[in-house]
Structure formats: structure tokens, C-alpha cells
Design a protein around this ligand. Structure first.
Ligand code: NAD
Ligand code: TYD
Length: 353
């Protein structure tokens, strides 16, 4: 095998697309997926690649240093793409300690294992790619310039604070120990296999079930949406060709107010279900705003586009329509992940921590 890559969080939403992308595109790479399978991790997301000879799965915690050391040793890991995280802002408001443990201590553990394993080796042959978020930059006002890589970090939620903390550790390991790192900060993703607690899959599911569509505040908050497959391709590009020690912002220049996203989803989903146009608009329900709710995120991806070769393939409308179709044809997947079994696993797993 030409390379031996550890992908963390590969059973989650974005991670499963990244694993699929690498396993299929690089037959000469061994891909090791390390995932704890929390409520957000689901091996069904990977059933189409699970038997590929260049793929293997290890169930475990990124915060378990001995386990991570063993994986580096046994699989001769020379590249890491680190996606494992607690990722939902609303959960971070309820349990900030879990987010600090997974996102900060977990990342630190991986960095330390990589440092030990790669000490003294030529950096050109090693790479630690940390997958982060635009949320570390805080909130923009309408009309304010989009986030660029030099924008000051200003996180507001426990989630974004924990991701910011992990980004700082990644840079510290580069600057202090010379670990060959690269970071990407991406905007909101959407697409198949996203857990239906996030806005887009939650609304698709609720439209199908004729349940309320909860809009936080006035629905005026703005997010910059990118299809998850475009993100996976961007990660491939930065992992292979990004400059050592650099951060790259990734986004689709695709800003939408939440209420407009929900109205577009209603239009598409009603059409796909053969319902009268707009018949699900009555489901829109304004609810109490999220605490510390960032008003607007927008990504300036100029650096990435200038230095590297990438542009998104999915337009928002076609990407949303194919996503709606995916959810409508994967009812059983949605039922399984919302059955309560995942929530019970999650509760038991962390009950004593
Ligand atoms: P997700 O919640 O769908 O998946 C996270 C995965 O990590 C799950 O498979 C889970 O089982 C695993 N995991 C959690 N804790 C773990 C631990 N301690 N050890 C091993 N595995 C563990 O998340 P996602 O939306 O796919 O996000 C993936 C990454 O991308 C995260 O780092 C997130 O911050 C970042 N990101 C997400 C978005 C987005 O819109 N979803 C945007 C930009 C960046
Ligand atoms: P979300 O999908 O949770 O992603 P993030 O918080 O990482 O941006 O939320 C996207 C936007 O939608 C965000 O502004 C919060 C809002 N939102 C709602 O209005 N209602 C909901 O039920 C959810 C989950 C989110």
C-alpha cells in the first residue's frame, strides 16, 4: 500500500463520505476508520465499502492514548484525517464537558500519538489534517466581510469553543514540535447520512411526518451551505496538496437565511411527495431562540481556490433535491437512527464521566 491513513469519525456524517471517497479513489491506500460509534456514528453509513480490501474499522475513543498509539504502530499510519467530534451546538449547550473531552482532549491525544510515531521522520511523507469549522470565527453582521483565514477566533458556543481549542492545539503541535499539520475550516454541510437533529434533515423528516418545523428566533440567521461530497473532495485536495502548517477556509459562497432554506425545502419536499405546492408551510413554527445563536456565517474561500484546484459540483437547489430524495428513499435509515437505541447508548456511555 502506498499510504496508510487513519480517518477518525469515519462512521459519522462527513466522515463516512470522506472514507467512501478515499477507499474508492485510492485503491493503493489503506484506510483505517477509528470511530467510537456514539449516537452520531453508524456503520450502516459505510455498508457499500465495508468489505473493500483497503478498508478496516476500529471501534474506539480518540481520547484513548494507548489505543491510538497501537493503531499508529500496527497500521504504520502516515496520514491522519481527523473528523471525530461532538458536532451539535444544541447538545454542547447541554453538556459542554463532553465537548471539551472529545474535541479538545481527543484531538490532543491524536496529536501526541502522531508526534511520537513520526518523530525524526521526514515531514514530507507525513500529514495530520484537522477538520474544523467556520464557527470558530464567531458571528458576522449583515454586510460584514466573510471569514478569511486571518479572522480572529471568537467562538460563542461550547461547540465552537471546543473546536477553536482543538485548532489551537493543532497549530501548537506544528509550531512547537514540527508536526506536519494542515487545517480546514468549512461552512455548514448538508447531504445524505446527516443525523436528523441538524436543520436540513430534521426539516425533511418533519415535513414527511407532518410535524412542526422548529425555527429558532425569527429564522433570520444566515448559514453558508456546502454539499458534503464537495467537502470530501476539498479535504482530499488539502490533505494532498495543502501547504504545511496552513489553514484553508472551505465554503460554497452560498449564504441563506434559515427561513428561506426551510421554505425551499418545503417546496422541494412537497413536490417530491406529490403534495399541493406550499401545503407544508403551515408546519413552520417559530420557537425560542438558541442561546448565543450566531447571526451569520460566511466563508471567504479565495485562498483555497487560488492555491489549490477545487470548485463545488453541486448547486444548492439540485443538491437539496437529491438530498430530499435520499431521505425519502432511506426511511429505514432514519427510523433506525431515531429509534432511541442510539440515545440510550450515548446516555450509558457517558453516564459515569
Ligand atoms: P457527526 O456528529 O455526524 O459525526 C461525528 C463522528 O465522530 C461520529 O461517527 C461519532 O461516533 C464519532 N465520535 C464522536 N466522539 C468520538 C470519540 N471520542 N472517539 C471516536 N469517535 C468519536 O459529525 P459531522 O457533522 O460529520 O462532523 C465531522 C467533523 O467535521 C467534526 O469535526 C465537525 O466539527 C466538522 N465540521 C462539521 C460541519 C457540519 O456542517 N456538519 C461543518 C464543518 C466542520
Ligand atoms: P444546525 O443544523 O444545528 O447547524 P449549526 O448550528 O452548526 O449552524 O443549525 C443550522 C441553523 O438552523 C442554525 O442557525 C440553527 C437553526 N436551527 C433552527 O432554526 N431550528 C432547528 O431545529 C435546528 C436544529 C437549527
Amino acid at each position: 500500500m502506498k499510504r496508510h491513513i487513519l480517518i477518525t469519525g469515519g462512521a459519522g456524517f462527513i466522515g463516512s463520505h470522506v472514507v467512501r471517497h478515499f477507499v474508492r479513489k485510492y485503491a493503493d491506500y489503506k484506510v483505517v476508520n477509528l470511530d467510537l460509534l456514539t449516537y452520531a456514528g453508524n456503520l450502516a453509513n459505510l455498508c457499500d465499502v465495508e468489505n473493500c480490501p483497503n478498508y478496516c474499522f476500529v471501534r474506539g475513543d480518540i481520547g484513548d492514548l494507548e489505543l491510538v498509539r497501537t493503531i499508529f504502530r500496527e497500521h504504520s499510519i502516515d496520514g491522519v484525517i481527523h473528523l471525530a467530534a461532538e458536532s451539535h451546538v444544541d447538545r454542547s449547550i447541554r453538556d459542554p464537558f463532553l465537548f471539551a473531552r472529545t474535541n479538545i482532549i481527543g484531538t490532543l491525544t491524536l496529536l501526541q500519538a502522531a508526534r511520537e510515531a513520526w518523530e525524526g521522520l521526514p515531514p514530507g511523507e507525513r500529514r495530520f489534517h484537522h477538520v474544523s469549522t467556520d464557527e470558530v470565527y464567531g458571528a458576522l453582521q449583515p454586510g460584514e466581510a466573510a471569514f478569511c483565514e486571518t479572522t480572529r477566533y471568537d467562538p460563542h458556543s461550547p461547540y465552537s469553543a471546543s473546536k477553536a481549542g482543538s485548532d489551537h492545539f493543532v497549530r501548537a503541535y506544528h509550531d512547537t514540535y514540527g508536526l506536519p499539520v494542515v487545517l480546514t475550516n468549512c461552512s455548514n454541510n448538508y447531504g445524505p447520512y446527516q443525523f436528523p437533529e441538524k436543520l436540513i434533515p430534521l426539516c425533511i423528516r418533519n415535513i414527511c411526518l407532518n410535524k412542526p418545523l422548529p425555527i429558532y428566533g425569527k429564522g433570520e440567521n444566515v448559514r453558508d451551505w456546502l454539499h458534503v461530497e464537495d467537502h470530501a473532495e476539498a479535504i482530499d485536495e488539502v490533505f494532498h496538496r495543502g501547504r504545511d502548517g496552513e489553514s484553508y477556509n472551505i465554503g460554497g459562497i452560498n449564504e441563506w437565511k434559515n427561513i428561506d432554506v426551510v421554505k425551499l425545502l418545503i417546496r422541494i419536499t412537497d413536490e417530491e411527495l406529490g403534495r399541493a405546492p406550499g401545503s407544508s408551510e403551515k408546519l413552520i413554527t417559530y420557537v425560542t431562540d438558541r442561546a448565543g445563536h450566531d447571526l451569520r456565517y460566511a466563508i471567504n474561500a479565495e485562498k483555497f481556490r487560488k492555491e489549490l484546484s477545487w470548485s463545488p459540483k453541486h448547486s444548492f437547489e439540485t443538491g437539496l433535491r437529491s438530498t430530499v430524495r435520499w431521505y425519502l428513499t432511506h426511511e429505514q435509515w432514519v427510523k433506525n437512527v431515531t429509534s432511541g437505541a442510539y440515545e440510550r447508548y450515548y446516555a450509558e456511555m457517558y453516564a459515569d464521566k
